[in-house]
Design a protein around this ligand. Structure first.
Ligand code: FES
Ligand code: FES
Length: 161
C-alpha cells in the first residue's frame, strides 16, 4: 500500500508510547502495527477475524485487528505482545507458556498471550470454562492447545495461592 498525499496521519498510543503514523485509507491496525511501527509480534493469519493471531489489547480487551481500520483506534490504549515481556524478561503469561512448552511454530502464540493476559487482568481466578471461552477464538494449526490450557490453568492456580 503506497502512501499518497491525502493519506491520514494518526496518533496511536502503543505500548505506552505515543506514535504518529501515516497510514493508507482504511489500512487495518494489524498492518500498521507490523509494517509501519515494526511490531511484528502482531501476526496476520486469516485476515478475516477468524483465527485470533492478530489480537492485541485495546483498553485492556483482547481485540482482533486484521480488518478494522487503524483510524478506529485513535485515543485507545493499544498493547501488543512486545509490551507484555521480552525474550530476556518474559511476562508471566509468556513464562507459563514457555514452562509448558506450549508453542511449536509460535505463530498463534502472541494472540494467545494477549487473550490470556486480558482474561487474567479481568479475573485472576478464571475457571476452566472461562479459560476455554477466552481461548476459543484462537486457532493453533500445530495443536499446541493442550499446553496452552495447562499454562492458563497454572496461572489461574498461581493466582489463587
Ligand atoms: S488474522 Fe485476524 S483473526 Fe486471523
Ligand atoms: S504453535 Fe504453531 S500455530 Fe500455534
Amino acid at each position: 500500500m503506497g502512501k499518497t498525499h491525502s493519506d491520514p496521519v494518526l496518533n496511536l498510543e502503543v505500548n505506552g508510547v505515543s506514535r504518529r503514523v501515516q497510514v493508507a485509507a482504511d489500512e487495518p491496525l494489524a498492518l500498521v502495527l507490523r509494517n509501519r511501527l515494526g511490531l511484528t509480534g502482531v501476526k496476520v493469519g486469516c485476515g478475516l477475524e477468524q483465527c485470533g493471531s492478530c489480537a492485541v489489547l485495546v483498553d485492556g480487551e483482547s481485540t482482533l485487528t486484521c480488518m478494522r481500520p487503524a483510524a478506529d483506534f485513535e485515543g485507545r490504549r493499544i498493547e501488543t505482545v512486545e509490551g507484555l515481556g521480552t525474550p530476556a524478561a518474559p511476562g508471566p503469561v509468556q513464562q507459563a507458556l514457555i514452562d509448558e512448552r506450549a508453542a511449536q511454530c509460535g505463530y498463534c502464540t502472541p494472540g494467545i498471550v494477549v487473550a490470556v493476559t486480558a482474561l487474567l487482568r479481568k479475573d485472576p481466578h478464571p475457571d476452566e470454562s472461562a479459560i476455554r471461552a477466552a481461548l476459543t477464538p484462537h486457532l493453533c494449526r500445530c495443536g499446541a492447545h493442550p499446553g496452552v490450557l495447562r499454562a492458563a490453568r497454572a496461572l489461574a492456580g498461581a493466582a489463587r495461592r
